[in-house]
Design a protein around this ligand. Structure first.
Ligand code: GLA
Length: 344
């Protein structure tokens, strides 16, 4: 079931919201600004519903947001060192919006534009197809890029995010979703007791600016080891800020949809499993949340949520040894991520 309405307006242009509802009464709310997931009501072990996605009640807050709440992120998610890369001998200079580096698509990334939205309803699912044409040269990237992001809520209690993109000029693409989760509810304080397992044995080492050094390091015997379910808070104090790191996922075949991560909140009993076709996942514990005001006047502080951003490795355009993010005309960029909800 889908309900549609107007979330707000920007320069006379309506930003729509869509509320998707499945047969277990799970509700997902998406908006056409940033093709963002702005709410997700799921039951706990006693059947009580809570909104487990951080975000805002109004459009203006999404326009001014600097945390990427719920947004689709692109053209290239994560960081690109010194905001530049070279393709076929041509150097492309990108918008620098994170010190000297490029972060999450630049100053006006895919999270800051209005997408065309088309809802659909089928027998066991419903969803919204978002489309956006990123023009040649936008934020410095070559080629017109036609992007489609489809959110589907299924009767199996899954949210599927399906991405594809085509270009008319060789370019780079790495899309993700930047939802902040707190399985106890968006306004429930820290996530230290949430347990997480990540299907990964190694991370890309990064420097002080969170740019990969190129070194791949095993997680064994480090605070980064989540090969077995472990509370997010157990080793977090051993790190400067918290977790903000790219995990390389175990895959039998590249691009196969496979298990990436599982999070369990013992208090509410809520479980979220993530499957993805992407080779990596950024685990981020909201280290830069600074008390800003969110939905229902919530105050979102450091470590009040976590993000699991399925993606290619950070700074891939400058690391030929990493899985490639290059897209050529005639090929289709594809990425599927599934979030499955249950209780224990
Ligand atoms: C990503 C990055 C973080 C931070 C957030 C946005 O998750 O890895 O370092 O930039 O986005 O605040």
């Amino acid at each position: 079931m889908i309900k549609k309405g107007i979330f707000g307006t920007i320069a006379d242009k309506d930003v729509d919201f869509f509320i998707l509802k499945n047969k277990s009464a799970i509700e997902a709310k998406v908006i056409s600004y940033g093709a963002a997931l702005v709410g997700l009501e799921v039951p706990d072990k006693n059947g009580s519903f809570a909104d487990i996605i951080l975000g805002y009640d109004d459009l203006n807050s999404y326009i001014n947001d600097t945390c990427y709440h719920g947004s689709t992120v692109g053209r290239v998610a994560n960081r690109i060192a010194n905001a530049k890369f070279t393709l076929d001998g041509i150097e492309y200079k990108l918008a620098a919006n994170n010190g000297p580096n490029h972060l999450h698509g630049g100053k006006t990334g895919f999270n800051k534009v209005i997408w065309n939205a088309q809802p659909f309803e089928e027998k066991e699912c419903c969803g919204v197809v978002f489309k956006y044409r990123s023009p040649d040269g936008e934020q410095g990237y070559p080629g017109n890029l036609d992007v489609t992001v489809t959110y589907t809520l299924t009767d199996d209690n899954e949210i599927k995010i399906d991405y594809n993109a085509v270009t008319d000029k060789k370019t780079v693409v790495n899309l993700t979703n930047h939802s902040y989760f707190n399985l106890a509810g968006h306004n429930s304080g820290d996530i230290y007791s949430h347990k997480i397992q990540i299907n990964s044995e190694s991370i890309t080492e990064s420097d002080a600016f969170l740019i990969p050094t190129g070194k791949i390091i095993p997680v064994k015997d480090t605070p980064y080891d989540f090969t077995e379910l472990k509370p997010m808070g157990r080793d977090i104090d051993k790190l400067d800020m918290g977790y903000d790191i790219n995990y390389i996922l175990n895959k039998a075949l590249p691009m196969e949809l496979s298990f990436a991560a599982k999070v369990y909140d013992p208090q509410s009993g809520r479980v979220m499993e993530i499957l993805t076709s992407e080779p990596a996942i950024q685990f981020y514990t909201g280290n830069f949340l600074n008390g800003s005001t969110g939905k229902d006047d919530a105050s979102y502080k450091k470590h009040n949520a976590f993000c699991l951003e399925t993606q290619h490795y950070p700074d891939s355009p400058n690391h030929p040894e990493f899985p490639s993010v290059v897209l050529i005309p005639g090929e289709v960029y594809r990425h599927l991520t599934v979030h499955k909800f249950s209780v224990l």
